[in-house]
Design a protein around this ligand. Structure first.
Ligand SMILES: Cc1cc2nc3c(=O)[nH]c(=O)nc-3n(C[C@H](O)[C@H](O)[C@H](O)COP(=O)(O)OP(=O)(O)OC[C@H]3O[C@@H](n4cnc5c(N)ncnc54)[C@H](O)[C@@H]3O)c2cc1C
Length: 397
């Protein structure tokens, strides 16, 4: 056997899982098709990741949180959701609790850099770049992983974290449900005249969605979601026009705004795999569930999934069992798949309702926001879920 575990993909979730295996002393190989510099020193990609308290705790336990420059971590004190031109408003805050923030915004490249730093220093983890996994075949005793350089590696378990468009998922015969939203998300950093007070804004304007994620200082990440056929027009707007569009989109609450970063664009496609395991094979991260980013759950769910898989592996090791055994993978799948399904379809439902501008949908939107805002248990449940201030049975994060 060449390795105990082969991880496919050195994105944030594949690297998190590698970090989870550091204490195991299992021999782990991580294969990433991109060049080393892309994962060792990733460039800003316009994603400011909203981490839940649980995710911060998980990164801390992995020895990664302390490797992130804390000056770049921005606490999210409050979140407000606006609907079109109506006065309906839903807000979440930490006022009635003893915690300091709903969550934490961290630039994606800093999370990835810290994860790589931790994983690459471990003696039991080998990382290879510019090589992709071409195929995987499994038997009752091992898995064979075919690499693009012609080598074949044998391992006890293969863990795929090769993105929502996972080729290996398909090759392993795992069907998935794909939802093309026909929308494009455009993100960029902007400065503004007035302070954001660490309040996130989500404005479901008619025709497009505009969100503001407060970073430290008078700087925010602005996220514009438009129908795919409008994306090129928005991406080619002059800076002055883009600045004006953002300022007006937030009803001038932040005064004049100025783009200070590059514009990045992401076509929105959601994916949920029908199974998270096959023989000696597990799916984690976006390869298992690729979320619409509006509820900011993708990486949070990915961290949770890899953590559950790691716990199941450690349990097998304690009992002297086989880490690739079906029972080990079934334990992981059972704990992760139902929650991710709930989040995936729940998020898609929110997107369908809040981006539908017909008259009935607009009325339903107003009702939903008013109901959720005036009915404390709904808000309490969502706030608990984000902050882990109290264990929620419904959302077992
Ligand atoms: C605009 C935007 C905002 C977001 N905001 C949030 C947020 O606020 N909170 C949150 O929790 N999540 C957020 N997300 C989601 C989050 O970014 C993803 O969930 C996360 O990046 C998934 O990581 P991953 O490692 O599973 O996959 P990826 O990041 O897609 O990495 C997959 C890796 O696998 C490699 N690979 C693919 N195929 C192969 C192969 N055959 N062989 C070898 N390597 C291979 C790729 O090169 C890549 O490096 C956001 C996403 C977007 C687009």
């Amino acid at each position: 056997m060449d390795y105990d575990i082969v991880i496919i993909g050195g994105g944030p979730v594949g690297l998190s899982f590698a970090c989870s295996m550091i204490k195991s002393e299992l021999k782990v190989l991580l294969v990433e098709k991109a060049p080393l510099s892309t994962i060792a020193n990733p460039k800003a990609d316009g994603r400011e990741i909203a981490l839940t308290h649980q995710s911060r705790k998980a990164l801390n336990e992995l020895g990664v949180w302390s490797l992130i420059d804390q000056d770049e971590v921005s606490p999210l004190k409050e979140a407000k959701v606006f609907d079109g031109d109506s006065p309906s408003l839903l807000s979440f805050n930490t006022n009635k609790s003893n915690i300091d923030a709903l969550g934490y915004l961290v630039p994606n490249q800093l999370i990835r850099k810290a994860l790589f730093e931790r994983a690459s220093q471990a003696d039991n983890i080998d990382i290879i770049n510019e090589i992709s996994v071409e195929d995987v075949s499994t038997s009752s005793s091992s898995a064979k992983i075919k690499l693009s350089d012609g080598r074949t590696i044998e391992a006890k378990l293969v863990v795929a974290a090769d993105s929502r468009f996972s080729e290996i998922r398909r090759k392993m015969g795992i069907p998935s449900l794909m939802r093309d939203f026909s929308k494009v998300m455009i993100t960029t950093r902007m400065t503004h005249e007035k302070p954001h007070n660490h309040i996130a804004l989500e404005c479901f304007n008619y025709g497009h969605t505009l969100a503001l994620l407060p970073m430290n200082g008078d700087v925010s990440s602005v996220v514009l979601t438009v129908p795919a056929n409008k994306a090129d027009e928005m991406l080619s707007l002059t800076e002055d026009d883009f600045n004006a569009l953002a300022a007006q989109g937030f009803n001038n609450k932040l005064g004049a705004m100025k783009q200070v970063g590059e514009r990045h664009s992401y076509p929105l496609v959601g994916v949920h795999a029908q199974r998270f395991k096959a023989n000696r094979f597990a799916l984690i991260g976006d390869a298992a569930v690729g979320m619409h980013p509006v509820t900011a759950h993708g990486f949070n769910l990915g961290l949770r999934g890899q953590n559950i898989l790691a716990e199941s592996i450690y349990e097998a090791l304690d009992k002297g069992g086989d880490i690739g055994a079906s029972i080990v993978l079934a334990r992981f799948e059972k704990k992760q798949i139902n929650l991710t399904r709930l989040m995936f379809f729940g998020t898609n439902g929110i997107v369908a309702l809040f981006t539908n501008d017909d008259a009935i949908a607009k009325q339903v939107r107003k009702f939903v926001l008013k109901f959720a805002d005036k009915f404390p248990p709904v808000k309490a449940l969502i706030t608990q879920h984000l902050t882990e201030s109290k264990k929620s049975n419904l959302l077992p994060f």
